[in-house]
Design a protein around this ligand. Structure first.
Ligand code: GLC
Length: 417
């Protein structure tokens, strides 16, 4: 019996409630979990990855359906966009700010962290389904080829053309290069217009001097994607993951501070500490000395990331850090301080790999206490634990996967430090 049985049961209720299935106008079959019925009724790329991880512990067939829906939405180019609108065109209120080419678009034209192949491999293993693994290898090879062709630099790392492609919409990492164009200031609409006019074509945006960046979270997910593709049987993927791991360290790790930072449009290091700088901990072969520095000098620093309810989306030492709701006028600015549970999985994996058992147990237990006290909220105040945003937020059930990983690695009856 797991010590998280209550979390598993309440997560199942949220996931069931947020489950959507059917056929769309083009007779494509879908089945996915929406992050929130009101706020996010559509299928979101990286949210779906976490939903599938949670489902894989509760009902692997649903996990497979969730992932199959993502590849059912794959475009002829190989792209699987950030958001898919299975129920018809995106809501008018959102049409101005979503990255779509026309009002009736079936999917956005931008990406989110490309974790999918990794998650596919996890789900295939848990379901013990070789045919599912083969399906994934074929579709996700096309997806990776798309990203290679459209987004990769010479060293293989991929670029983003808007901060929301990192999943971290208003992260302060990009405040400096974006200035008045940062989300949700008025210039953000100009940024989107610039990109839309270029069909969200990254190469054109770069050629025309638009904003672009090499993001730490996106590239960590990219390495994980190749690790997943290797597990799914792609012959060259393991080598690719190794090379990319080297590139991530070489280009994005700052040996002076022992932390990972994004690179801006002019190749400049953007020295703002956000949780994205901790995400490489999830990479299977990240050099141990690098992991140690990130963990000991940053993650476990109680002034920066190891707050009462770790891990905050922005380090508490940053001037931009706001633990509660950060707003510009009346609009929420996400990822500037609160704790989201997407990040827990990346960080937990690093702690477990390094054998930091007490810290791993602490992370999962503090996260479980957030959910026990406030429910599956969208994000939480890292100082007080107060829940904020959506109330039955599917993606926060990522905690199920974290709890299961902790149980597997640490045993179910451990004593917590
Ligand atoms: C917010 C988050 C994004 C997430 C989406 C749906 O826009 O910033 O990462 O995918 O909500 O949960």
């Amino acid at each position: 019996m797991t010590r998280y049985a209550d979390i598993f049961a309440s997560a199942r209720t949220v996931l069931e409630r947020n489950w959507r299935e059917g056929r769309n106008d083009c007779d494509l079959e879908f089945g996915y979990t929406c992050p929130d019925a009101e706020k996010y009724p559509d299928q979101f790329f990286w949210d779906s990855c976490f939903h599938a991880l949670a489902w894989s512990r509760l009902d692997p067939r649903r996990a497979m359906r969730e992932l199959r829906s993502l590849v059912a939405a794959q475009q002829p180019s190989g792209l699987i966009g950030h958001t898919t609108f299975w129920h018809g065109p995106c809501r008018l209120a959102r049409a101005f700010t979503y990255n779509i080419l026309e009002r009736t678009a079936f999917q956005t034209s931008t990406i989110q962290p490309p974790l999918l192949a990794y998650v596919w491999a996890e789900v295939a293993d848990r379901a013990g389904d070789g045919r599912f693994a083969d399906e994934g290898r074929i579709a996700l090879t096309r997806y990776h080829e798309y990203l290679d062709r459209e987004r990769a630099d010479e060293d293989g790392l991929i670029g983003i053309l808007q901060p929301d492609e990192s999943g971290l919409d208003a992260t302060p990492a990009y405040d400096a290069p974006l200035g008045w164009r940062s989300h949700p200031k008025i210039g953000f609409l100009a940024l989107q217009r610039f990109n839309r006019r270029r069909q969200y074509d990254y190469r054109r945006v770069v050629a025309d001097g638009g904003f672009h960046a090499t993001d730490v979270l996106v590239n960590s997910a990219w390495v994980l994607g190749w690790e997943g593709l290797a597990r799914l049987g792609h012959p060259r993927a393991a080598r690719r993951a190794e090379q990319l791991t080297e590139s991530v360290v070489k280009r994005l790790f700052d040996p002076a501070t022992g932390f990972f930072y994004a690179e801006g449009p002019d190749g400049e290091r953007l020295n703002v500490s956000t949780w994205a700088g901790l995400a490489p901990l999830a990479i299977d072969h990240l050099p141990i000395h690098v992991c140690r520095r990130v963990i000991d000098e940053h993650l476990l620093n109680p002034e920066r990331f190891w707050l009462s309810y770790p891990v905050p989306s922005t380090a508490a030492t940053e001037p931009a850090f706001v633990p509660g709701n950060s707003r510009y006028l009346w609009i929420d600015r996400y990822w500037r301080g609160p704790t989201w549970l997407f990040s827990t999985w990346f960080i937990l994996r690093g702690l477990l790999r390094l054998g930091r058992e007490a810290d791993a147990a602490h992370l999962v237990d503090r996260t479980a206490s957030l959910v026990r006290d406030s429910g599956f909220r969208e994000y939480f105040n890292p100082l007080t634990g107060e829940g904020m945003g959506a109330r039955a937020f599917g993606t926060s059930t990522a905690l199920v996967e974290c709890a299961a990983l902790a149980d597997e690695a640490l045993g179910e009856h451990r004593v917590v430090a």
